[in-house]
Design a protein around this ligand. Structure first.
Ligand code: CMP
Length: 147
């Protein structure tokens, strides 16, 4: 099993409804260690840069407006198969299709306001981590309790 890093964002909806602690509890109890964290209030331009792969899609404008509507918590997580593991515990993009107990089933309100983001592949994770944590040396997972 590979130790991976992935990027997650607790989105403005979940921050506004006070679920930061609940989401972190789920991440940590699923052996995903937080190796970097930043509270951000994205500009529209920063949200557009992060979601550049979705430019041109019908939801792009609304998504980037939502993502720049309030504070969000960006974190780098590390653990075994972290990319797939995170996506499993997040649940389906649309909370209506998310499995019981997943973060989106518990805390998301719509396909757009869906509480949490997680990288979908190693290449995406590398881009997304460097987008928010350029040049920062991350704490080795072996020094953390989830490691
Ligand atoms: P996320 O995992 O952050 O990746 C892209 C985001 O776009 C997704 O979560 C949703 O917030 C949003 N999204 C994806 N599909 C749709 C859609 N059909 N309508 C509105 N928003 C969407």
């Amino acid at each position: 099993m590979a130790i991976e890093r992935t990027l997650t964002i607790i989105k403005p909806d979940a921050v506004a409804t006070g679920h930061v602690g609940d989401v972190i509890k789920i991440l940590e109890s699923n052996k995903l260690a937080i190796v970097a964290a930043r509270m951000v209030y994205l500009s529209k331009q920063q949200a557009e840069g992060f979601y550049a792969v979705h430019r041109g899609k019908p939801f792009f404008e609304s998504l980037t407006k939502f993502m720049s509507s309030g504070p969000a918590l960006v974190m780098v997580l590390e653990g075994e198969n972290a990319i797939a593991r995170l996506r499993e515990i997040m649940g389906a993009t649309n909370p209506a299709n998310a499995a019981p107990g997943t973060i989106r089933k518990l805390y998301a309100s719509s396909i757009e306001r869906n509480a949490i983001h997680g990288s979908d592949a190693p290449e995406t994770a590398a881009f997304e981590i460097s987008y928010f944590f350029p040049g920062i040396e991350l704490i080795p997972v072996s020094s953390l309790p989830c490691g």
